[in-house]
Design a protein around this ligand. Sequence first.
Ligand code: ADP
Length: 377
Amino acid sequence: MANVRLENITRRYQNVTAIENISFKIPEGEFWVLVGPSGCGKSTIMRTIAGLETATSGNLYIGDNLVNNIPARQRDVAMVFQNYALYPHMTVAENLAFGLRMRNVEQSKIQERVEAVARSLSIDLLLNRKPKQLSGGQQQRVALGRAIVREPKVFLLDEPLSNLDAQLRDDTRAELKLLHQRLGITTIYVTHDQVEAMTLADKIVVLNRGIIQQIGDPHSIYAKPANRMVATFLGNPAMNILPAIYANGSFQVGHQSLACPPSIQKKLQPREGQGFDLGIRPEHIEVFPKSTTENDDFKSDLWALEKVPLEVEVKVVEPLGRETLIRVGLPLLDGETIVQVLIPASVRLRSGDRLTVQLDFNQLFVFDPATGEALYP
Ligand code: ADP
């Protein structure tokens, strides 16, 4: 086990900057996930740590050692890629043993380690099979086993689950977490899948266009995203973004007006009359049949709850089983925007229904529309 430290790592290819000024320190034994959309630089960071790429500038430390000029095979890191290639002519046992043989480890020791790793991954009954006699999930576990058996200081996993079908991916994800709890090897995991990031990570590093957007534990990143990109990337279905103008203590969304709680007013006062992006997660919007808000008593209750009504039209209804996702059209000055809302499965709606939705202002985010920076909370 070892800690891993990146100091201002930049990697340029001719005129493309793949990653810029990447700095973080992963304490020994932690599980960190690098997440972001395709092309954000995740694999470049991973390959730089593995020694398969050379940084244009910056320093990389594994443990106390500066490893910038240390070749990959001497770095004591093990990497599993999305396209893990098992040797097809070798059995599972031979595949697991291969890396140790190449390092001239004693035969008795090899057998001992292969058996232990196979047991920990529940592939011990498959040791005599060839890869083509295994399911995708079993093959993936062998690929993981082949990396673990070397007892590396650092474990690098680059989209290791993306070739598996949904159910198997969920199961293998949980197995990986258990495995990490048991072995405690410092692990860096790359994915574009925010669910994997949230479920696996001690810390998440969110990347966009080669730049770190935010580093934090899953709960704090979800609760307090640094900017609109992070806010909309983590969470499924994604956070809604509504363009609004702040004036006279209210947000104008299209022709509709939302009274703003004092805490938000205080923050936005200096920017009276300007545009903002409001962020609200689909689980923080409530829906009511349109007719209910025509009742004034009901309306005054809503203000007390710091919730404000907006009138919308249902476009698409997607039952998910435990709950239902609806997409509603919210009129803007030019056209409309689609807002996703999660509602209880018991509420039956149809495309074309007109509704009132209420945003929970205790769960509202406000972003600068130009920079995306989070301004509230
Ligand atoms: P990710 O793993 O997040 O999908 P990558 O690290 O593979 O992203 O790539 C980051 C950026 O660097 C992308 O814009 C990609 O096109 C660019 N890039 C990666 N490798 C090369 C290369 N060998 N030559 C030129 N550009 C590259």
